[in-house]
Design a protein around this ligand. Structure first.
Ligand code: SF4
Ligand code: SF4
Length: 397
């Protein structure tokens, strides 16, 4: 008996409760911000054509392969009526297969496709599956008719989430395909300091830096904003080119290098004080990447010596004397200070490193013997005598 009354009480209480259902389709629930129905194409009201260029990126990325696109040359482009060279000619999406994954929206570079987040996007029921094949006209209709006031895009949801976390009002989602008046409203919103719309991308940090540096007084436009590392690389390239040119023209390469460095410093600092990267500073160097560090100076000296030796051999001069000469010239170019501890200059074995091992010394001697032999053969002299001469120089029997 008690249970009977409890059941009746439950029935009566629900009979007078406000219904949770609505009279669909006359009355509809407000859709959640992040809901999404099917992808649709957006319309460019400035040029009266779709934003889609038919680039096929979305087609290739669709996991269920329900999209097909055909590109064509834009007939408006030669007439100067559009800035798109290519435009979509045909586009189909099979809504019967689409799983509404949103991937096509995320990969599109032109913001040409969005998820329809209106009730219109949901109401596609049909008796025949073939009626779910949507063509270009179907896909652009919602945007063309202005029935797409706030299409779902991931960035919109992201901005909304960030704003919510920060306790701010979520910015209204924006879109390229909005009607001009809607876009104008968005610009006003941005001007009022509210959240930027999706098309107002953040400038690249590098671009900002370059712009700030370019605003600096007198700096060379091309060099403005470059990091110290890049400036140094540029300077070294300029010096190398100057040296090669001077050698080719028979001028003094060291003077040419000094000139190139001076010109570079002037262009970087706008004629003012040279920047840190430009100075020779042979002794103070040492930091990683410093072109004047001891190890790099040593490498440069060794390269100069090697070149001098090869040149001397080719010209039939004494290679050792040429090496001595190159070393002296190198040290003179550093202001007379042998910063890189070139080692014992007199010993023929000291050129391949600070502490050459026995193995290296032997290899060097054998190389000299081979060179001497080759040279003697080429000149018709006695190769054995030439080798003996080298071995005597090295103190080997
Ligand atoms: S939402 Fe996903 S399944 Fe549907 S068309 Fe786009 S990529 Fe394909
Ligand atoms: S919707 Fe975007 S990604 Fe797909 S074809 Fe058009 S421009 Fe390319």
């Amino acid at each position: 008996m008690k249970g009977l009354f409890r059941g009746l009480a439950t029935t009566l209480s629900t009979a007078f409760r406000r219904p949770v259902t609505l009279q669909f389709p006359e009355v509809k629930h407000e859709l959640p911000v992040r809901q999404r129905s099917f992808p649709v194409l957006t319309w460019d009201f400035d040029h009266e054509e779709p934003f889609c260029t038919g680039c096929m990126v979305c087609v290739r990325n669709c996991p269920v392969e329900c999209m097909t696109a055909v590109m064509q040359d834009n007939p408006k482009y030669p007439l100067g009526q559009s800035n798109r060279r290519k435009i979509i000619e045909k586009f189909w999406i099979d809504y019967g297969r689409c799983m509404r994954c949103n991937i096509c929206v995320e990969v599109c570079n032109f913001e040409a496709i969005v998820m329809d987040n209106t009730w219109g996007g949901h109401e596609h029921s049909a008796f025949d599956r073939r009626d779910l094949h949507k063509d270009l006209d179907d896909l652009t209709r919602a945007s063309r008719e202005g029935r797409l006031p706030a299409p779902f895009r991931p960035i919109d949801a992201l901005e909304a989430s960030v704003a919510r976390l920060e306790g701010k009002e979520a910015p209204e989602p924006g879109m390229k395909g909005a009607r001009p008046e809607a876009r104008q409203a968005q610009f006003e919103r941005i001007a009022a300091g509210q959240g930027a719309g999706i098309q107002e991308r953040e400038p690249e940090p590098g671009a900002l830096k370059a712009a700030a540096a370019a605003a600096g007084a007198g700096a060379d436009e091309e060099l403005a904003g470059l990091s110290e590392k890049k400036l140094r690389a540029k300077r070294m390239r300029a010096e190398k080119e100057a040296r090669e040119l001077a050698i080719a023209e028979g001028r003094d390469p060291e003077a040419a290098v000094a000139e190139a460095r001076k010109a570079f410093e002037a262009s970087v600092s706008g004629g003012g004080a040279p920047r840190a990267a430009a100075g020779p500073a042979p002794a103070a160097a040492g930091a990683k990447g410093d072109p004047n560090s001891p190890s790099k100076l040593r490498a440069r000296r060794m390269r100069a010596e090697r070149e001098a030796r090869e040149k001397a051999i080719a010209e039939g001069r004494d290679p050792e004397a040429a090496v001595e000469e190159a070393r002296a010239a190198f040290e003179a170019s550093l202001g007379g200070a042998p910063a890189a501890a070139p080692g014992a200059a007199a010993a023929p074995a000291a050129a391949d490193g600070d502490a050459p091992s026995d193995k290296k010394l032997r290899a060097k001697r054998m190389r000299e013997e081979r060179e001497a032999r080759d040279k003697a053969i080429a000149e018709g002299a006695d190769p054995e005598a030439a080798v003996a001469e080298v071995r005597a120089k090295w103190g080997v029997q």
